[in-house]
Write a protein that binds this ligand. Sequence first.
Ligand code: HEM
Length: 393
Amino acid sequence: MSDRIVTDYQEITRVLADRGMRQALYDEGGVVMDDVLLTLHGDEHRKRRLLEFSILRKEYFAYYEANVFPPALDQVLIPLSSGGGMDLTDFGYRVTINLTADFAGIDRPLKTAAETDRLLHLVKTFSEGATLVHSTRDKEAVRTEVRAALEDLRVNFLATSIERRKAELAAGGNDLPRDILTLLLRDQEKLGLTDEVILREMAFFLQAGSHSTANSTVHALHEIFTHFPNLAARQDLRRDRILVQRCVHESFRLHPASPVAWRRPEGSCPMSGEGRVVLDFAAANRQPSIFGDTADQFDPSRTRPANVAAWGLTFGFGTHMCLGRDLDGGLAPTAETDPATHQYGIVAKLVQTLLSCDVQPDPKHPPVLDANTSRKNFSSYPVTMTPYKGNNA
Ligand code: HEM
C-alpha cells in the first residue's frame, strides 16, 4: 500500500490529534525506540506522557533557563570561544547534550570535554538507530552498533545515575533530582517498566532534544546573518531581545528539525483501510493560505491566524506534541511582555549570547551543508567572535 502524503496544515493537525493514528516513523528503529514515549500508543502513552509532563513544565523551564542553563553554557562556551572563533554546529551539539542529559537524568560527574564527546558519540549512534528506515548502511550492522552504545550508556553513565537517584528516593527527602530518570525509578513498579525500557527511554531523551536544538540554533543565526547583514545591524538587533526571539520562531518555521512525521491507523480507526500517512510539516509551514504570500521568506514580523503558532508545526501537534517546546521556544511574547523577566527559550538565549559576542560568519571558511542528509543542516559553520567571558562577567 502506498503512502498518503498530506501537505495541508489543517489536515495535518486533524491527523495528529486523532487518537486512532499511531506513530510510524520509528518502526524499523525498535532497537532503540521500542516502548519509548514517542512510539507508545493509547493508554500507555497517556500515562507515561502525564508522568513526564509533571516535570517538563513552564515554571521549571523558566527556572532552568535563568539558573541551571547559564553555568552549563559558560562551561562550554568560555573555552570554545577563547581563541576568537569556533564552529557553530559543534558548539550547538556540545551545549545541548548537557541540556538533554540534565532533563533525562544522566549525570556528568566529570564535566569535561572528553565526557561530552563520549555522550555525543552515543547520541549519534542512537539517532542512526532511531532513523534506521532511512539508513543506506547494512541495517543489522547499525543495530549491532546501537546495542553496543546502549550497553556503554548503561555501564558508564546510567548505572551510577540510577544508584544516586535510588539512594535519594530511599532517603525520602523533598529535594529529589528533577529529571525523567527519577520519575521512572519512582514509578517503575507501578508502570511495569523493565530496566531495558528505562535504558531506551534515556537513550531517546538524550537525542530527542539535541539534534533539533543544535540545528535550530545554527539555522536561526544563519537567517540573522542573511537578513541583518552587517555588524551594526546585528548590534541594533541584539538590543531588542523580543525581536531576536521572533527571528528564532520564524527560523523554526522555515527549518523544522523534523520535516515530516509519519502515522499509521490503528485497526479500529476509521482510516484503518489506509496505509501510512506522511505529514509534511516543512510544506505546511510554508502554506500561503496560512502564512501569507511571502510564506517562503524570512519575516519575523509576519501576521498569521490566531490559532497558528509562529513556528507552525515545527514542534508537532496533538497527541505527541513536543514536551520540550516551551523549553527551547520559550513563551510567545505579547504586548504586555516584560523583556527583563521574559522566558525567551534556550535557542533564543543561545542566539542572544552569541550576538552579544559580535558573532559573524568566518569570511575565510564558509559554512558547509551536511551531505549525508536531505535535511539541509550545516555540518560545519565557522564563525569569528569576541571571546565569551561568562554570564557573570
Ligand atoms: C528546536 C527543538 C525541538 C524541536 C523542533 C522538536 C520537535 C519535536 C517534534 C516535531 C515532536 C513530535 C514528533 C511526532 O509527532 O512524531 C517532538 C516530540 C518530543 N520532543 Fe521535541 N523538539 C525539540 C526539542 C526538544 C527538547 C529540548 C526536548 C526535551 C528536553 C524534547 C522532547 C520531546 C519529547 C519527550 C517528545 C515526545 C512527546 C510524545 O511522544 O508524547 N524536544 N519534538
